[in-house]
Design a protein around this ligand. Structure first.
Ligand code: ZN
Length: 249
């Protein structure tokens, strides 16, 4: 069966000199591998397509019996040249992709994740000074979008307005925020989030990635958000960062 697939190139490997395998992410199929025969040499069929972080419209053939997908030709929609040349931007982009791969999204959650990743890559490409928090924001937003949204405005127990009171306690396992009066009613691991950390998380949950660079963040907020999200992602998505990659626990 042949179809056209808009996909982001995540990784490219070469074999047999002229052939390539490509790991792709598409909104329809999620993450999948495909073969490009003659991919390394065929300038005509894959002109400038087979590089990481390229967005490409591929014509693909799927052999359902064997479970293989073949790329027949590609047409480049967008690339991220600045991101590929700047090691800091590249490192953050790779971190986002590693998280995405580890989270093992099936095709059902891929549409939202695809948009989020593309917007995040565009922000990393275009922002004059992308904040170091970008990968963390990406993880937070992806978790929120995949059904682990946090109610960030009100105490989950007494309903008090947290935008006014400031501090809160994140109950990691329950995925709830309690005000300081109710924090003793939580159980399991919990993390304190000050006013600034809450403002950061609220901004990340509503702003598109292009706006994340403008979120003011203090050292304290960075630390609190980092700790809270690490524990949250570890508990709810079962992933932990270990020696340069995400590991399922
Ligand atoms: Zn309360």
């Amino acid at each position: 069966m042949e179809s056209t697939e808009k996909a982001l190139v995540l990784k490219v490997g070469r074999f047999r000199e002229v052939d390539a395998w490509v790991r792709l992410f598409s909104p329809r199929k999620g993450i999948f591998n495909a073969f490009a025969f003659g991919g390394s040499v065929s300038r005509r069929r894959f002109l400038g397509c087979l590089d990481p972080f390229n967005l490409v419209a591929f014509k693909v053939r799927t052999d359902s019996a064997k479970g293989y997908t073949y790329l027949l030709e590609g047409s480049l929609i967008a690339s991220h040249p600045r991101l590929r040349q700047d090691t800091e931007r590249l490192g953050m982009a790779v971190n986002c992709v590693k998280f995405l791969e580890a989270a093992h999204l099936g095709p059902s959650g891929s549409d939202a994740a695809f948009s989020l990743l593309l917007e995040t890559l565009a922000a990393l490409e275009e922002s004059e000074e992308p904040p170091r928090m970008m990968p963390l924001y990406f993880r937070a937003r992806m978790a929120f979008d995949q059904g682990f949204a946090l109610q960030l405005d009100a105490c989950a127990r007494c309903g008090v307005d947290l935008t006014a009171s400031g501090d809160a306690q994140l109950l990691v396992e329950q995925g709830r925020l309690h005000c300081m009066d109710c924090r003793r009613w939580g159980h399991g691991a919990s993390v304190h989030l000050g006013r600034e950390a809450l403002l950061v998380l609220r901004a990340v949950s509503v702003l598109p990635p292009a706006g994340w660079a403008d979120i003011p963040v203090t050292g304290q907020a960075r630390m609190e958000c980092g700790r809270a999200l690490d524990l949250f992602v570890e508990y709810h998505l079962g992933l932990t960062w270990d020696h340069g990659s995400f590991r399922r626990i």
